[in-house]
Design a protein around this ligand. Structure first.
Ligand code: AMP
Length: 170
């Protein structure tokens, strides 16, 4: 409620949630999207749906996801560009898991500048690595996500986060 009264003030809410795998982006996104009535755009969820449906995009993404690496920027940017054109994004949206590289952030800047809009809020969730590993291994017991059950893949995702994603905050 505080967030709403101090920041919202009628602005179109375009929000980015930053944080390492397991930091709680998805959990907090659920609260935030209900509170502000805006759609959650989780690139991870979109990719998992594409993999499940066996689309060309899903086939291209699967090996990157299984190894804990990142899906190529061009694929992600194209997917997000299409998604934010949809009608439900007119009053704002919440990115969860995007942008994940500086190139994605720069591409997003360009897309939003073309639309003469901007990001209103960036929220960064900060959690220790020990706690993150515990959470991911626990999530792996119920999520059905193969990338949450293998500790090597989890570690790879942290390395990718440190090298590729944490610079996005700057
Ligand atoms: P997540 O559900 O956000 O943890 O994403 C699961 C996996 O999907 C990641 O480990 C990546 O392989 C891929 N992925 C999700 N979002 C992105 C993104 N913005 N850029 C590149 N790869 C992504």
């Amino acid at each position: 409620q505080n967030l709403k009264s101090t920041i919202y003030r009628g602005a179109i809410l375009r929000i980015i949630l930053l944080g390492a795998p397991g930091a709680g982006k998805g959990t907090q996104a659920t609260f935030i999207k209900q509170h502000f009535n805006i759609p959650q755009i989780s690139t991870g969820d979109m990719l998992r749906a594409a993999v499940k449906a066996g689309t060309p995009l899903g086939l291209e993404a699967k090996s990157f996801m299984d190894s804990g690496g990142l899906v190529p920027d061009a694929v992600i940017i194209g997917m997000v560009n299409e998604r934010i054109k949809e009608a439900d994004c007119a009053n704002g949206f919440l990115f969860d898991g995007f942008p994940r590289t500086v190139a994605q952030a720069q591409a997003l800047d360009k897309l939003l500048t073309l639309k003469k809009t901007d990001i209103a809020i960036v929220l960064a969730l900060d959690v220790t690595e020990k706690e993150l590993i515990n959470r991911l291994l626990n999530r792996g017991k119920t999520s059905g996500r193969s990338d949450d059950t293998n500790e090597d893949v989890i570690k790879k995702r942290f390395t990718v986060y440190t090298n590729e994603t944490s610079p996005v905050a700057d």
